[in-house]
Design a binder for this molecule. Structure first.
Ligand SMILES: *Cc1c(COP(=O)(O)O)cnc(C)c1O
Ligand code: SF4
Length: 356
């Protein structure tokens, strides 16, 4: 096994302070995170050697580093933040299956990821207790899908489904296909960005037999587009799978017109369609990543005038507490006092979102 093997990348992930201090001069807040985790509920720390190398070790404010190296700022939890900001638990129709919309549902097949993104909105789920869906869990989810025929699309998500071995992934897909030959399956994964070695020709060949499949990945910065991530995406595309991208708007990572322009135009050339740009969810300990809504809206306005329709994603927010996704430019956003915005959803219900 060597660095081009995805198992090698997973086995050699960096997880503890010493691993990181060998590569970076840790900032005070990064050092404090490792010193003060005891007794706290934290999102685990892990980064593949491949993704770590994309960070410039001499830049303490590097945008890639910020996505995998934790900060003690994660301990600052606002009163409106939550471990489950989208109330996915509430929308769990059966364990592992989240249904918030009539026609589509999310199957969380594992809570493991290749890299734990410090801005993760599933931090109450990722890498906690239960791990990968078992046969009973899968059967229960499939029984629900069979009984609810309005569900025409299934998002296979996690954690990250592509950290599972080929055999497990194919078994899950085969079980779905044995019931639903034509169901549209959307695989949501950050693996092409953080572990591109995982997209092997063998996996692609097998997936191809189990379509229709779409992929949704999460590139957040133009420097994540590398020879290797480009190859991973090309393999998916040449196997016949459309690839979309969801980025998260992250302070200190991609919060400028210049960077987002590079990112979205770069993706369009892969070619990957930028699908969503998400305003940060109210996940516990992520306020240092969240851009004020007013700044996000003005950034997006400038992007809208300079990018083509192919390169411009929808700017959306997942309304706190399970209100669902809304496209921010299409809904009314008003100030509601000094500290809040009121966002009106498509049904006219108003939702609070912090102004800071
Ligand atoms: C985001 C999401 C979807 C997919 O929504 P699209 O707008 O189709 O991308 C489906 N179910 C849940 C619970 C979601 O959070
Ligand atoms: S890959 Fe997704 S679920 Fe996993 S840590 Fe990143 S954002 Fe969270």
């Amino acid at each position: 096994m060597d660095a081009s093997d995805w198992h090698w990348q997973l086995v050699h992930r960096k997880t503890v302070a010493e691993d990181f201090s060998a590569h970076f001069t840790l900032r005070e807040d990064e050092r404090l995170f490792f010193e003060r985790t005891e007794g706290r509920v934290i999102l685990p720390v892990a980064v593949t050697p491949y993704y770590l190398k994309l960070a410039d070790p001499l830049d303490p404010a590097d945008p890639i580093r910020k996505q995998f190296l934790p900060s003690s700022k994660e301990f600052e939890v606002k009163e409106y933040e939550s471990q489950d900001p989208l109330a996915e638990k509430k929308f769990e129709a059966v364990p592992s299956l989240i249904r918030r919309y009539t026609n589509r549902a999310v199957l969380r097949v594992t809570n493991l990821c290749a890299v734990y993104c410090r801005h993760c909105y599933r931090r109450g789920f990722a890498a906690t207790g239960r791990k990968t869906i078992d046969r009973n869990g899968l059967e229960e989810a499939l029984a629900f899908l069979s009984a609810n025929t309005e569900i025409g699309e299934l998002l296979v998500s996690g954690g990250d489904p592509l950290v599972l071995d080929d055999g497990v992934i194919l078994e899950i897909l085969d079980a779905i296909r044995s019931l639903k030959r034509h169901l549209l399956i959307r695989i949501c994964t950050r693996v092409p960005v953080v572990l591109p070695q995982r997209i092997t020709t063998v996996l692609c060949r097998e997936l191809k037999k189990r379509g229709p499949l779409w992929f949704v990945t999460q590139f957040n910065h133009s420097r994540e587009i590398t020879g290797q991530s480009r190859q991973a995406v090309s393999r998916l595309i040449s196997s016949g799978f459309p690839v979309l991208n969801q980025s998260v708007l992250l302070m200190g990572v991609n919060d400028s017109v210049e960077e987002l322009t590079l990112l979205f135009n770069g993706l369009a050339c892969l070619p990957v369609k930028p699908y969503y740009l998400f305003q940060g969810d109210l996940a516990a300990g992520t306020s240092h990543f969240r851009l004020p809504l007013s700044k996000g809206l003005s950034l997006y306005k400038r992007l809208s005038s300079s990018l083509s329709g192919i390169a411009l994603p929808f700017y959306a927010v997942d309304l706190p507490g399970g209100g669902g996704k809304v496209m921010l430019p299409h809904v009314t956003v008003e100030r509601a006092g000094n500290q809040w915005y009121a966002i009106e959803d498509y049904d006219g219900t108003r939702h609070r979102y912090p102004a800071e």
